[in-house]
Design a protein around this ligand. Structure first.
Ligand code: 8YV
Length: 333
């Protein structure tokens, strides 16, 4: 970009230091050192002025906001894989390119999914909580703190993309048999390697699984994909894990089912109305029925630096006149 004016890149949240340093070198970067989420009026002022917006999952880039974008705004380079926070179609209508950060958070998110898959049936947070209180316990007992075995159970993965497949690889090593529902089969070699069973019918799969892991993107088509009707298909001994997006599950229906003993428990890293957490779920967490995490799936230093690197590469490619590698097309959302 030698000789050209540096683009004004507004980054809505604090990013890891190495990412911010590089962004300052390359761009006219406006950082958010306090990490206070931007209000909607602040976002409006930003899109009127900026050449590039770098939002995160906490920013709602809806059509009303996109409509108010100034003529300079050419690129929305999301710091995140999921783009459910952005109206990609509205951006496309306005001639604004949208990019995301796929691949680099796959393994971290799969690890966290696995952690929740273990934590709920094996009562990890309950056990840890007991010792966290005052470090005292009555001692080992053969019938105390019994959970449920993971090995030999059936895992149903809803959404067998990059993250779903990475979850399957881990889960297989833990002795789970792999089942999945997806719009299409994964490549035969992967299906064979994972000894995975494809279910065309989500309903059929749900009714037969011991653990369900939600790993599909949040789109209008997947809103409440796990509706009250579908959740009712699950076995009462089943567990549900969600590290994708809260909107995919009818959270009220889920809480009600666990409360009524119609489902064994859930591990949730994402919520329908983040950052708010359904009070019914909080109550269930206190009873050890659910494990709740504050959207930590990709929260590793390495992952967040890699995500920042992707954002930078996308911006650079765009301003060098190339197609950014992680462009998100409206018909793919
Ligand atoms: C990110 C995520 O932390 O990338 C995603 O889709 O869900 C998270 O792991 C978040 O989106 C950052 O914007």
């Amino acid at each position: 970009m030698a000789g050209r004016k540096k683009p004004l890149v507004v980054i809505t949240r604090k990013l890891p230091d190495p990412v911010e340093t590089r962004m300052r070198e390359l761009f006219d970067a406006r950082l958010n050192v306090d990490d206070r989420p931007m209000t909607q009026p602040e976002l409006v002022a930003t899109v009127k002025e900026a050449d590039v917006l770098v939002p995160t999952v906490t920013d709602h880039i809806d059509s009303a906001l996109v409509e108010q974008a100034g003529p300079n705004l050419k690129l929305i380079a999301n710091f995140g894989n999921g783009v459910n926070n952005i109206d990609v179609a509205a951006a496309a209508r306005k001639g604004i390119v949208v990019t995301n950060t796929p691949n680099v958070l796959t393994e971290d998110t799969a690890d966290m999914t696995m952690a929740l898959m273990l934590a709920v049936p094996r009562r990890l947070t309950e056990g840890a909580g007991l010792l966290n209180a005052d470090g005292r316990w009555a001692g080992w007992s053969p019938t105390w703190m019994l959970g449920r075995r993971i090995w030999g159970k059936r895992l149903g993965i809803v959404g067998m993309g990059r993250i779903g497949t990475a979850v399957a690889r881990r889960a297989k090593a833990f002795g789970l048999s792999i089942h999945y529902h997806n719009r299409h089969h994964v490549a035969p070699a992967i299906e064979e390697q994972l000894e995975a069973t494809y279910w065309e019918s989500l309903d059929q799969m749900l009714a037969r699984m011991d653990i369900i892991s939600v790993n599909c993107p949040s789109t209008p088509a997947t809103f409440h994909l796990l509706s009250a009707r579908r959740l009712a298909l699950l076995q009462p001994t089943a567990y549900l894990v969600n590290t994708a997006r809260g909107e995919i599950i009818d959270e009220n229906a889920l809480a009600k089912m666990i409360q009524e003993g119609k489902l064994a428990g859930a591990g949730l890293d994402v919520f329908e109305h983040e950052p708010a957490v359904n009070p019914k779920l909080v109550k269930l967490a206190a009873k050890g029925k659910v494990v709740l995490l504050p959207h930590m799936g990709s929260a590793t230093i390495e992952g967040r630096i890699d995500m920042g690197e992707k954002v930078i590469i996308n911006i650079r490619a765009f301003f060098d006149g190339h197609r950014p590698p992680d462009r998100v097309l409206p018909d793919k959302v």
